[in-house]
Ligand binder design. Sequence first.
Ligand SMILES: [Cu+2]
Length: 285
Amino acid sequence: MTTTTPPPDAPEAPTNRPPSMHRVRDWAKRPYARSIMILTVIIGFLLLPLCWLILAAMNQSGAPASPIMEDIETTVFVFTLVSIPITAFVFAVLVYSLLGWKHVSGDEVPADESPAIRSNTIGVVLWTVVSSVLAMFLVVWGLMELASITANSYGTVSADEQPGGDQALIVNVTGQQWVWTFEYPQHGGLTSDVLYLPKDRAVYFNVTSKDVIHNFWAVELGVKIDANPGAITQTGVTPNKLGTFNVRCAELCGLHHAYMQTRIQVLEKDAFDSWARESGAGRAT
Ligand SMILES: [Cu+2]
């Protein structure tokens, strides 16, 4: 076996390159890399209040008023939080690219500060693992919250097997251009254009439409389901907060779609019962 000595001006053989960790360290010492890292931290901290601002915007009209809406808000909060480091890094690169580079004229050669880390094993493994872990966390979190929301909306449980001490309240919801009507079959078919609900009792909605496709959206309760003509869609919720909330249509359904809205009134159980009794009596006379 013969060995040949490379000529002195030959390119460096791969085995003679400095170890990966050294090159990552060299790269991290470059002025631009350091500036981008500092900018990432600063922008990350500036973005942090976004998590609370989004919740404040969602809570303007009194949300969360049900366990479903609590799940939705937690998910929005966690997703915003987890995406902040990556958003901050992208903005840091953008800001540095726009403002950080010194002008280099055509015949000047930019300074070569240290070897490129494009093919650096540690660098590649690090960013692949970190971004995969973040993405996997969001997938797992999303699936767990989805399961919790499904359970809390009783989507797979029939009306007579609803959880809770009381039997579930059934409300038949009908959308038509451009009003909502709520019928209470357990209270003699009483109807109302305001959605009255008792607090802390499971409510089961049978949703349909008389004309085009609408979408029944009980905003602060986190309920949103299509209202289809000729079919019944079912969902449920347990309101856990007293107050006045909003029903809107969430499917473009014609000229006055934007005005297809009404109120939800969540009452104490006794107040709900007397409303149902009085309204039912009034209707009968
Ligand atoms: Cu609509």
